[in-house]
Design a binder for this molecule. Structure first.
Ligand SMILES: Cc1cc2nc3c(=O)[nH]c(=O)nc-3n(C[C@H](O)[C@H](O)[C@H](O)COP(=O)(O)OP(=O)(O)OC[C@H]3O[C@@H](n4cnc5c(N)ncnc54)[C@H](O)[C@@H]3O)c2cc1C
Length: 268
């Protein structure tokens, strides 16, 4: 599937919203999951095929070095009536295929993807919703907060680079929201876990907490370990996904992700 960019908007100095629109989106559908994501296919510069392409056909017909880079991105917003799909990209310096593409994308540019898929939606029966992550998880966390039942209690811990990187979040729920700011040292990896450790959450026996913890791999793992070992949370109530890994491109990360997730599953 593909669509064209209609607009880009910087939400923070490092987060850009890319809006795609038009008739190309007529067949696009998103399920009830609030972490729905698409699998982007970004063609390298100078590729020998058109901007609109079929990723499977490219893999069959062209040499590997010209294949598109694959990257997963959350559906930040889908307006089915207006046929408008929004994706929020973290722009993290000059590296990477997707962040760099988004930083310079403009009206008319084509984006190709497969999907969507997803696996989480806040359960209205939960006593407390715990939502934890960095900027890469912000689109899914924002979408989850928007669908909470009125008054539902949500504990939200978000990591970003500083006050200018915070975004306004809307929810019918009652939020205990804290933004954490990276300091640029080795302690950054523990900021989210430390904040969750200090959060006021009901004990396992006193109320069901449903957790969504997505973002940088080591940070997600540290939070997950705490929830299992110290809070006694049930695995079934936890959605923990290491979206990306410090110092690794997505290709390098995908090559070791299965082993990392297996080790993470064995924690606690
Ligand atoms: C299901 C799913 C949904 C996701 N949704 C989103 C989303 O909505 N928005 C979003 O921005 N990301 C999202 N991500 C994360 C995104 O796919 C990765 O961050 C991806 O590596 C970015 O690709 P890139 O080409 O820009 O950088 P890459 O080429 O993969 O990496 C280049 C360098 O940048 C670093 N890097 C990668 N991501 C970040 C980051 N977020 N912050 C700082 N440094 C980074 C890498 O460690 C590497 O050193 C999602 C991931 C998954 C699995």
């Amino acid at each position: 599937m593909h669509a064209r960019v209609t607009e880009t908007r910087w939400l923070t100095p490092t987060l850009v919203r890319v809006v795609l629109g038009g008739d190309d989106l007529a067949g696009f559908e998103v399920g009830p999951e609030t972490d729905a994501y698409v699998n982007l296919a970004l063609r390298p510069d100078g590729s020998p095929y058109d901007a609109v392409f079929d990723p499977a056909a490219v893999r069959e017909e062209h040499p590997r070095e010209t294949w598109p880079a694959r990257r997963r991105y959350t559906v930040a917003d889908w307006d089915a009536e207006r046929h408008e799909l929004s994706i929020d990209f973290v722009v993290h310096g000059d590296t990477g295929a997707a962040g760099r593409w988004a930083a310079t994308a403009g009206p008319g540019d084509v984006l190709v993807w497969e999907g969507p898929s997803g696996g989480y939606r806040p359960d209205p029966a939960a006593e407390v919703h715990l939502l934890v992550g960095d900027e890469s998880a912000l689109p899914a966390i924002a979408a989850s907060l928007r669908v909470l039942p009125p008054g539902a209690r949500a504990v939200v811990r978000l990591l970003c680079d500083g006050p200018a990187h915070e975004v306004a979040l809307e929810s019918p729920g009652t939020l205990d929201l804290v933004w954490l700011h990276r300091r640029g040292d080795d302690g950054d990896v523990d900021l989210l876990a430390g904040a969750v450790r200090a959060a006021d959450l009901p004990a396992a026996a006193a109320g069901r907490v449903q957790a969504f913890v997505h973002g940088e791999a080591d940070e997600v793992r540290a939070v997950r370990r705490h929830l299992l070992a110290d809070r006694g949370m049930a695995r079934a109530d936890m959605s923990c996904s290491p979206y990306w890994r410090r110092t690794m491109t997505d290709e390098a990360w995908r090559a070791v992700k299965r082993d990392f997730v297996a080790a993470m599953e064995a924690d606690a």
